[in-house]
Design a protein around this ligand. Structure first.
Ligand code: TYD
Length: 398
């Protein structure tokens, strides 16, 4: 029987879930419900609203769904609390990013790490009145490594949730699933008040393991990095050195790290050089660039705006920085989240300064002038649009 399948939510997991039903259930009516905060363009995560517009999927409001009797509603990180009493259908499901009954509620990528868990998971459950309290249909457990951060757990959860979704959606549509009530024992719930991200404070009156867990639980570059003594901290490492100083005292500091005492063992806090790296690419400070390159792992890492160092250097027109980045293996085809290429940034530099050299240099190093951004345009299209023909012949010559 034909159903109305609604995918509600955000980010890669919702986009992949929707793409899956489009590919596998073309005979059903498929609609979508993006989160209210979805602005319709990609950021570090793909926008569900943008995906729907591109694929001509009808976007609905929650209230449009109340009377739909053949509805199969699946929340994949949908932000609103749903009152099942208002729906005619009872085929209402959510995939929660935890191994329920543990960690109902918020911050499921941070709290299991904060608590030193060695596993988390994803759970498909019926939507009931309570928050994440519905009967469980299926779950997948996810192993947590000692160095996994909140960001790692979030991506693992999205991946696990999609696997769970694709392996169970048929049973949700046909109504052939079974659901078991959640255990009351072992259950936990955390509200928004559980973590105040505007005032993150690390407590060192804890064991090294607990301090390590605090740092990695707050490590999610697109949101924030944990801080210590004026530095962002990239990662931490527990030493075998027994702490002799009171908890929180800096035992040693050098360019790379702090060694800090805790209740039991000293811990190493590695300084995060990415902010300096990206600001050197913008200012053209070659010494700062070189010093920071020594202390980062990935020259292609993009900042919160989606800019890799090479894009920043191209935009600001620093040939010496561009040359250094290329020498250490920067990827010339790197783009921002909207697909803006490094050549497009060099063209922006040309427009503001009249300087062609960065553009020519990047073209000579294999930057693809045919590459299109997510609006479907190449750098040549932008040049024609702005009646700026000076650089076009350079592209034609390649
Ligand atoms: P979010 O998508 O808001 O979902 P939830 O709170 O339901 O997990 O956030 C995803 C993860 O991102 C969250 O589990 C913890 C982390 N996070 C931060 O590190 N900083 C923040 O400011 C926020 C809001 C979340």
């Amino acid at each position: 029987m034909k159903k109305t399948i609604c995918i509600a939510g955000k980010n890669e997991v919702a986009v992949n879930g929707l793409a899956y039903v489009l590919a596998h259930y073309p005979d059903h009516q498929i609609v979508c419900l993006p989160n209210a905060t979805d602005v319709g363009s990609d950021t570090w995560q793909p926008s569900l609203r943008r995906f729907c517009r591109q694929n001509d999927i009808r976007e609905v409001r929650l209230c449009d769904l109340y009377d739909v009797e053949d509805l199969v509603f699946v929340s994949l990180e949908y932000a609103e609390i749903i009152d099942p009493g208002r729906f005619s259908s009872n085929a209402l499901f959510n995939i929660h990013f935890s191994l329920l009954p543990k960690y109902k509620g918020m911050y499921t990528s941070a709290l299991p790490l904060l608590n030193g868990e060695v596993e988390s998971g994803v759970t498909l459950h019926r939507i009931e009145r309570g928050i994440d309290t519905g009967d469980i249909i299926a779950q997948l457990s996810l192993e947590l490594g000692l160095y996994d951060t909140a960001r790692d757990l979030y991506f693992k959860s999205m991946d696990g949730a999609f696997r769970l979704f694709s392996s169970t959606i048929q049973s949700l549509i046909s109504g052939t699933f079974t659901a078991v009530p959640q255990s009351a024992i072992g259950a936990s719930y955390f509200s928004k008040a559980a973590i105040d991200y505007s005032r993150l404070a690390i407590s060192f009156r804890k064991t090294a393991f607990e301090v390590h867990n605090q740092f990695r639980a707050y490590t999610f570059r697109e949101y924030q990095m944990p801080e210590y003594a004026g530095w962002q901290i990239a990662r931490t490492e527990i030493t075998g050195v027994k702490s002799r100083m009171p908890p929180g005292v800096i035992v040693r500091e050098n360019a790379v790290l702090f060694q800090v005492s805790t209740i039991d063992y000293d811990i190493l806090l590695f300084k995060d050089y990415y902010p300096q790296f990206w600001s050197a690419a913008a200012s053209g400070n070659l010494d700062q660039l070189n010093a920071s390159i020594e202390n980062i792992e990935d020259v292609n890492l993009r900042n919160g705006n989606g800019w890799a160092a090479l894009a920043i250097a191209a935009y600001h027109g620093h040939e010496d920085v561009i040359a250094r980045l290329l020498a250490v293996g920067a990827n010339v085809q790197v783009t921002n989240y909207k697909g803006t290429t490094v050549l497009m940034y060099a063209f922006s530099h040309y427009e503001s300064s009249g300087r062609m050299q960065p553009f020519m240099m990047l073209l000579a190093h294999g930057c693809d002038p045919q590459a299109r951004d997510k609006a479907g345009k190449s750098v040549a299209d932008y040049m024609r649009e702005r009646a700026c023909h000076d650089l076009l012949h350079l592209i034609d010559a390649t």
